[in-house]
Design a protein around this ligand. Structure first.
Ligand SMILES: *Cc1c(COP(=O)(O)O)cnc(C)c1O
Length: 457
């Protein structure tokens, strides 16, 4: 027993030391992938009948496995949608695990869910949705979009029970995130894509709706608009789209998984006008609100509709709904039952720093995109494909073919210098491979951007 205790203490100290070193490291090692075969030969067997011991397992993690993984908060990781969790949120993620609380039901998680809901109250206030609107933290934007679509379909079928086994139809734009199409598949709904990667305007939507056959019109139950496309940071005409949905009695979902953080940025808040008309909104705190993975959120104008669509029944669950256990049950508003209290790290970090600090950090991402735009304008070998939008910048290296972009990405990555990936941009029907920056980390510097642009010379 004694030996085990020492092992446990050493392991705990190792882990805490690692965590402290990691969150104070301003320029972490940019890990690069190794093949499974290489990793196997470096690591050997780790899951064995008698265990390999905490010290050895941790050593393998620290010296081999982490080095073959990319830290999302590296200041020169500007690919996809990176992230940059605050140190407070990361430390509180450890606390959330150590606290061992089940986050599905108030009866078990009440105090922690209360804290999580304080963070949610702030998120809801950013949307401008009316009194009564509320939401829950999900595993991410995909689950938030799915939960919203299930609620939307539930509302549609409640209004007209004859639709109980009718296949639904959702309209969105080609710029919408892949998860919208994927989650429509999960609920077995059809998706009609309006063919634009740019801003979805209300006229385009109105025209598409006017072309629906009566059969399609009878199945059409939701529109998904995007507030900050993942590829280019474009915000659809939320106000115009919202009004059309209101007039038709169709559910209006706004996917702001990436862009939602910018609701807290005064310089761009006006671009989101109309989001307050939404029936549901997706925001990913693990993207632009500096939470560790995984933390998404879905907000409903009328949470009661979502509750009717999601609440699970079962004799083993009855007690949670008993008079004596009454309270807000996050499990009632999304597809997941057992869940960690994943909003806690966001709550702690917000409580510690205050919301003003968040606004500043988000504004910095937008400013970095403008700085990148200026540097690109000033350099002869690159040019902007479109003006920066939110914190996304699309630009081309004059004369490059798709292969050149790929080689450049791999070289920067394998040099441990930067992770910047190409994307495609379509205009006038032509797909072009271009380079893309997405800024989240406020510690990225102007020099980082200039150095990356130099690497394309
Ligand atoms: C990232 C993203 C998603 C998916 O979110 P996950 O957290 O990766 O599940 C959905 N919609 C948009 C607009 C996104 O940017």
């Amino acid at each position: 027993m004694h030996e085990i205790d020492i092992d446990l203490i050493e392991m705990t100290l190792d882990v805490m030391k690692y965590a402290i070193n990691r969150i104070t490291d301003m320029d972490p090692h940019l890990g690069k992938p190794k093949s499974e075969r290489e990793l196997r030969s470096l690591v050997g067997e780790t899951v064995t009948p008698s265990g390999i011991g905490g010290e050895r397992a941790f050593e393998l993690f620290r010296d081999v496995l982490v080095k073959a993984s990319v830290p999302i908060d590296h200041p020169r990781h500007l690919a996809f949608v990176p992230a940059s969790p605050t140190r407070a949120a990361i430390m509180f993620d450890l606390v959330t695990s150590a606290t061992s609380v089940h986050g599905a039901f108030w009866m078990e998680g009440g105090g922690c869910i209360f804290a999580e809901n304080e963070a949610m109250r702030w998120l809801v206030s950013l949307t401008g949705l009316p009194e009564g609107a509320f939401g829950v933290f999900t595993s991410g934007g995909t689950e938030a979009n799915l939960s919203a679509m299930v609620a939307a379909r539930g509302a549609w079928r409640e209004k007209d029970p004859s639709k109980r086994s009718t296949r639904g139809l959702v309209i969105t734009s080609a710029g919408a995130h892949s998860s919208v199409r994927a989650m429509a598949k999960v609920i077995d709904a059809d998706v009609m894509l309006i063919d634009t990667e740019g801003r979805l305007g209300s006229e385009m939507l109105a025209e598409r709706i006017s072309l629906l056959t009566p059969e399609e019109r009878s199945r059409f139950f939701a529109v998904v608009a995007t507030a900050g496309t993942t590829n280019a940071g474009i915000i659809d005409d939320l106000e115009g789209i919202g009004k059309i949905c209101r007039d038709l009695g169709v559910w209006f979902h706004v996917d702001a998984a990436y862009g939602g953080g910018a609701l807290a940025a005064p310089s761009v808040r006006h671009l989101f006008t109309g989001i307050e008309l939404a029936d549901s909104v997706t925001i990913d705190p693990h993207k632009w609100l500096f939470s560790p993975y995984d933390c998404g959120a879905v907000i409903y104008r009328e949470p009661e509709i979502a509750r009717r669509a999601h609440s699970q029944g079962g004799s083993y669950l009855d007690i949670f709904y008993d008079e004596g256990a009454r309270g807000f049950n996050p499990a009632d508003y999304q597809i997941q039952l057992t869940r960690r209290v994943r909003g806690l790290p966001l709550w702690f970090s917000l409580a510690m720093h205050g919301t003003d600090r968040y606004a500043l950090a988000i504004e910095r991402g937008i400013e970095l995109a403008r700085i990148a735009g200026r540097l690109i304008d000033a350099a002869p070998h690159v040019e902007l494909v479109r003006e920066p939008s939110l914190s996304c910048v699309l630009y081309r290296r004059i004369g490059w073919q798709p292969d050149d972009y790929n080689r450049w990405t791999y070289k920067n990555h394998s040099d441990g210098f930067a992770l910047v990936a190409p994307t495609k941009w379509r205009s006038h029907g032509v797909h072009e491979t271009v380079a893309r920056f997405c800024f989240i980390n406020p510690d990225t510097t102007e020099k980082d951007i200039a150095d990356i642009l130099d690497s394309m010379k």
